[in-house]
Design a protein around this ligand. Sequence first.
Ligand code: TMP
Ligand code: ASP
Length: 237
Amino acid sequence: MKREQLYSGKAKTIYKTDDPDTLIAEFRNSLTAFNGEKKGEMELKGYYNAQISKKMFEMLEAGGIKTHFVSMLSDIDMLVRKVEIINIEVIVRNIAAGSITKKYPIKEGSVFKSPVLVFDFKSDEYGDPMLNDDIAVALGVATREELATLRKLALRINELLVPYLDGKGILLPDFKLEFGRKDGEIILADEISCDTCRFWDKETGKSMDKDVFRFDKGDISKAYEEVARRIVPEIFK
Ligand code: TMP
Ligand code: ASP
């Protein structure tokens, strides 16, 4: 049962439950980009992202990755295990897109020979600056052992996601993960959705993710719905 609100982020609100070990993540329709500078709303966004995330978590669990997902309590309310969030955005890149093509001489669309992993410090105040291991340790956000575990988990998740999405006609240029500590272990938390991944249609190369909103690339509702149709076709029956 939903108790008091614990925290409201840019796209999800977190509530306590009667059980101290679980929380409810409510997926909202609000959209933000560029550290909250650009704001919007999309009907059904919370629904599509919640359902897509649920499917991704189940698929990863089946592949041996521990996640915070417990069950869905409604279309948009996800029961999750309470974790201590690690303040690192773990970004995995397979094809160059977005910020890496602005910061470095790397052309959009170039395929990396092996995945490129980036750790960003999760901090709105500081604009999510990139970390290296020494800075992360100095900041106290994670230990060296934890950083190595994050790297291993993120690469394994990538190995599971890429073929899964390819089977649905979707390329995965990059995505962002967040992890948390639970009972001495590191488990996958947050969400995996159109807000946190770049999804490109395999045939046309068209964006089917938040880039449509970020860069006014077209109809965001259609883009998210198309991803939902491919990943969770059962919700359209
Ligand atoms: P970037 O190219 O803007 O650095 O984004 C890399 C990936 O991380 C992309 O899939 C979008 C995702 N992302 C988030 O989920 N949250 C963020 O705050 C940012 C900046 C990126
Ligand atoms: N900067 C994030 C993004 O573009 C969202 C935000 O911080 O508002 O994904």
